[in-house]
Design a protein around this ligand. Structure first.
Ligand code: COA
Length: 331
């Protein structure tokens, strides 16, 4: 049986560090409020870099780690909610930069769960024999789309920019690879965490001065509602996935949780009895990087020597949509 194995990981964040104190100079917030509520201390925001720049750096690092060239890739899947252009997807700009031939590429929109939805997609392609190697990227430039004013403070302090990538390759090694991915969605909550404009969800022009003035171009969130759903759905889908793979919580070496809020993850870990040393986090340094959070964690774990052959990794995310998913993989 062919399975998709993770053979390379790479992460990239912009150099510019924006601390909570920096934000407090631009809006009515404080280091204490942000730290206490979310665990975030600083995040990276782009200066003149674009989404494709971040994606390219992460992709090249993942390819180098796999000992591969861009020409060895058969397909690119890129998860994002902050695309390089309205269309086409960021993946096309990445494909141009990688100069990897006329291989198919496309963007996938599942917000903070995007990387895991992408993992399921890439895994299915590889299992079906459609492609041998897929480059999967999660990439976000949030900072240029945030409301950096008192009005936007409840959301803007949470998000950071970054990209992470993995190379997936078909393997016949019985016990290694993506073992299970489970995904869910609940569209009736789409408006609880969203950016309304520009969009085609109402008659008339997609973008007007009124959209800008009223702030409908910025993300809005019902924070407490999102929090409550995240702490329920994440353990649910994590256990569902382990069960489907006939695995137990104790079998897992590393738990990688989407980095939306340290408090959400601590709550989930408390519910499941997961010790902190098994669940590394980077939200303190990067904030919420949506589709990039989990692949950034993967790249950091790899660099720290924690992804050795046989390591069992559980990855779980929750986000806008609502969407939520979990995957379990053996290195
Ligand atoms: N700085 C200071 N005060 C702020 C603030 C900021 N950046 N943002 C909001 N506040 C204020 C509010 O105006 C409110 O004031 P009030 O009591 O006078 O009305 C108060 O702080 C509490 O706001 P509230 O939104 O109820 O805070 P909270 O305890 O729910 O924490 C979040 C807010 C966003 C940290 C929390 O709800 C959360 O993490 N939700 C989930 C977020 C998430 O996971 N999102 C991404 C999913 S992918």
């Amino acid at each position: 049986m062919v399975r998709a194995r993770i053979v390379g990981t790479g992460g990239y964040v912009p150099e510019r560090v924006v601390t909570n104190h920096d934000l407090a100079e631009r809006m009515d917030t404080s280091d204490e409020w942000i730290r206490q509520r979310s665990g975030i201390e600083e995040r990276r925001w782009v200066t003149d870099e674009t989404a494709a720049d971040l994606a390219e750096q992460a992709a090249r690092r993942a390819l180098a780690r796999a000992g591969l060239e861009p020409g060895d890739i058969d397909c690119i899947v890129l998860a994002t909610l902050s695309a390089h252009a309205e269309f086409p997807g960021t993946s096309f700009f990445l494909q141009e930069r990688l100069d990897c031939g006329e291989i198919p590429c496309f963007d996938l929109r599942a917000q903070c769960s995007g990387f895991l939805f992408g993992l399921a997609t890439a895994d299915s392609f590889i299992r079906a024999g459609q492609f041998r190697r897929v480059l999967l990227v999660g990439c976000e430039v949030h900072s240029t789309g945030l409301d950096i004013s008192d009005r936007g403070r409840a959301v803007s302090v949470l998000f950071g920019d970054g990209a992470g990538a993995v190379v997936l390759e078909g393997s016949e090694k019985d016990d290694a690879g993506i073992l299970e991915v489970r995904m869910h969605a609940e569209g009736r909550h789409a408006r609880r965490l969203w950016i309304e404009a520009p969009g085609t969800g109402y008659p008339g022009p997609r973008l007007t001065e009124e959209h800008v003035r009223s702030g409908r171009i910025y993300p809005v969130m019902e924070g407490r509602f999102v929090f409550k759903h995240a702490v329920t759905r994440m353990p649910e889908v994590l256990l569902e996935t382990l069960h489907a793979a006939s695995l137990k919580l104790e079998d897992v070496d590393l738990f990688l949780f989407h980095q939306a809020n340290l408090r959400i993850n601590e709550y989930v870990m408390g519910q499941l009895g997961i010790p902190p040393e098994k669940a590394p986090s980077n939200i303190q340094r990067y904030g919420n990087c949506s589709a990039a959070s989990i692949p950034l964690l993967l790249a950091e774990a790899d660099e720290a020597g924690r992804l050795t052959p046989g390591t069992l990794v559980s990855m779980t995310a929750f986000g806008s949509g609502f969407s939520w998913a979990s995957a379990v993989a053996r290195l």
